[in-house]
Design a protein around this ligand. Structure first.
Ligand SMILES: *[C@@H]1O[C@H](CO)[C@@H](O)[C@H](O)[C@H]1NC(C)=O
Ligand SMILES: *[C@@H]1O[C@H](CO)[C@@H](O)[C@H](O)[C@H]1NC(C)=O
Ligand SMILES: *[C@@H]1O[C@H](CO)[C@@H](O)[C@H](O)[C@H]1NC(C)=O
Ligand SMILES: *[C@@H]1O[C@H](CO)[C@@H](O)[C@H](O)[C@H]1NC(C)=O
Ligand SMILES: *[C@@H]1O[C@H](CO)[C@@H](O)[C@H](O)[C@H]1NC(C)=O
Length: 224
């Protein structure tokens, strides 16, 4: 047992005003609890500052880079060759895509992609390559995507395509997987893929005719 040191004794030899020993041990126990509480407090403080710093950096990046999604619009369809019977379809098309990058500080590098398909009712009618290009800030580019194909055609699809041609409204689905990298300032970010599933509608598919496109549904998503 150690005794409390005799501090608190006044110079004139009188005892301290409080019974010191009675206060010493509870005080010591409270300090032991404080270490734990202080540790938790410290952790919370550090956590709070990390959250604050991450929030500040995010806010800074958002204000500096002000990210906006690029806008893609299929503008026209050139029919170079088109013919089908009840077993085959032969289509040679050129799609014009307007790619608009509204960002003032973010660019995009698109890699060449081989998976760019035009399908009708689930059957691929022609496929091609998405051209590789680097799109700078606040840039709008018209892309020509050449699509070719000789594909088998099922009987049911042949009849429904004939019906839709007669009605002047042919629904086509564009399925594409385009790899791209966002460029922030000078640094390229990790490559991602745009998965596009776009339904367009064309009036007809007459040879040598440039057809206007009605773009009804856009469905894009990003994937690794
Ligand atoms: C359909 O067209 C392909 C060529 O495009 C031809 O080889 C085939 O014989 C045709 N089939 C019929 C039933 O006419
Ligand atoms: C947009 O980017 C394309 C491809 O890099 C380039 O050819 C074109 O000149 C650019 N347009 C403008 C207005 O900067
Ligand atoms: C496009 O078609 C090819 C061959 O039919 C297929 O391998 C590819 O996965 C298709 N791409 C997409 C995005 O559907
Ligand atoms: C494309 O989207 C349509 C709905 O708009 C869906 O029915 C179809 O399964 C989708 N295709 C693919 C390959 O994701
Ligand atoms: C988008 O695509 C997903 C599957 O790829 C499908 O479930 C969803 O219905 C589509 N949305 C639209 C509006 O086409």
């Amino acid at each position: 047992m150690h005794r409390p040191p005799p501090y608190g004794m006044a110079g004139d030899g009188r005892p301290p005003p409080y019974p010191y020993g009675g206060e010493y041990y509870p005080h010591e126990r409270r300090r032991g609890g404080n270490v734990c509480i202080r540790c938790i407090c410290c952790c919370y403080c550090v956590l709070f500052f990390i959250v604050l710093i991450v929030a500040a950096i995010t806010l800074y990046l958002f204000t500096v880079y002000d990210p906006k999604a690029p806008i893609y619009k299929f503008e026209a369809l050139d029919v170079k060759e088109f013919g089908y019977n009840d077993s085959n379809i032969n289509a040679d098309l050129i799609l014009t895509l307007k790619a608009d990058n509204p960002n003032k500080a973010i660019g995009f590098i698109y890699e060449e992609a081989n998976t760019f398909n035009v399908t009708y009712s689930g059957s691929t009618i022609s496929s091609g390559k998405f051209p590789s290009f680097h799109q700078g800030h606040k840039n709008m580019t018209m892309l020509q995507i050449e699509l070719k194909g000789k594909n088998p055609f099922a009987l049911g699809i042949y009849e429904s395509l004939q019906d839709n041609e007669r009605r002047g409204k042919v629904p086509l689905t564009i399925l594409a997987k385009v790899p791209f990298k966002p460029v922030l300032g000078d640094s390229k970010l990790r490559e991602m893929n745009i998965l596009a599933n776009v339904t367009i509608s064309v009036h007809d598919l007459k040879l040598g005719k440039k057809t206007e496109i009605e773009q009804s549904k856009i469905n894009y998503s990003l994937a690794k």
